[in-house]
Design a protein around this ligand. Structure first.
Ligand code: PEP
Ligand code: MN
Length: 295
């Protein structure tokens, strides 16, 4: 959109770096991987997740504590107790935490516990919330609305920037279409377009796009090949028992495998992923590029 002064990029502008902790920055040549369950369920669940994922490694963990559920009778999240669990995860494991904010009244509590505040798809055009997040000194992960156009998505980001907060990361998570075999349709076209039109980092959530765990890894890989700056993926110690979005949750083992499989892909496009200690201590990835390409 022509009149979006702050999100548009000039031809030569690099991607803006959004810092979510001392060690973790989104938008650089190193990809940012965020993993964790759809919902924070209890301390033990999150401890198991963080313990495994920090060795994968991922750079941040996620978990919803205020959940936007379709039915008012579904689990709504642990609220304040969930925030305390997330803070404890940062303390124990040194990983920054990302969680969703649904209303202005939740901002203060969430901003004092989380390293990054997620605006969910259902709130992408909650303009009062976006304006309020413009006043927050924490990075914002803005997810694309369920049926939002590119202009609407960038317009939403412009709201946050124009109200004073330049730290915004965009997240494509699939859009509604006619075929419900996948939960949503992952739109890699918009990822490519956003990378050309805006200087903001763009990450992809293949979990809510796929809706089925067996489709998550291929979509994750396609997103990285297509230029995304990172991924946010749902995973759980016992995926089938997840209180929300069970069907799309990866096991922790599958998550670790996926992170390893991303390394050679990242290399192929001139980017990197943080390598797990095991691999850097000598274990080779069993994926290799054909000789002609690798040479
Ligand atoms: C989530 O990340 O758990 C979530 C609710 O995602 P979305 O807003 O993309 O549906
Ligand atoms: Mn979810």
């Amino acid at each position: 959109m022509a009149n979006l002064k702050l999100v548009n990029k000039t031809d030569t502008q690099e991607t803006t770096l959004v810092q979510i902790s001392d060690r973790v920055t989104i938008g650089g040549s190193q990809l940012t991987l965020i993993g964790g369950p759809c919902s924070v369920e209890n301390l033990e669940q999150m401890d198991t997740v963080a313990n495994t994922l920090k060795t994968a490694p991922v750079q941040a963990i996620r978990g919803g504590v205020f959940k936007p559920r379709t039915s008012p009778y579904s689990f709504q999240g642990l609220g304040q107790e969930g925030l305390s669990i997330l803070t404890e995860m940062r303390r124990r494991h040194g990983l920054p935490v990302v969680t969703e904010v649904m209303s202005i009244s939740q901002i203060e509590a969430i901003a004092s516990h989380a390293d990054m505040l997620q605006v969910g798809s259902r709130n992408m055009q909650n303009f009062d919330l976006l304006k309020a997040l413009g006043q927050v000194d924490k990075p914002i992960l803005l997810k694309r609305g369920l049926a939002a156009t590119l202009d609407e998505f960038l317009g939403a980001a412009e709201y946050i920037l124009s109200h004073g907060n330049p730290q915004v990361v965009l997240c494509e998570r699939g859009i509604r279409s006619f075929d419900n075999f996948t939960r949503n349709v992952l739109d890699l076209g918009i990822v490519a377009a956003l990378k050309q039109l805006t200087h903001l980092p763009v990450i992809v959530d293949p979990s809510h796009a796929a809706g089925k765990r067996e489709l998550v890894a291929p979509l994750a890989k396609a997103a990285i090949a297509g230029g995304a700056d990172g991924l946010m993926i749902e995973c759980h110690p016992t995926p089938e028992q997840s209180v929300s979005d069970a069907r799309q949750a990866l096991s922790l083992d599958d998550m670790v495998t996926l992170v390893r499989e991303l390394a050679p892909l990242a290399t192929a496009i001139g980017r990197t992923v943080e390598i797990s200690e095991e691999i850097s201590e000598g274990e080779e990835s069993n994926f290799s590029l054909p000789q002609t390409i690798a040479a």
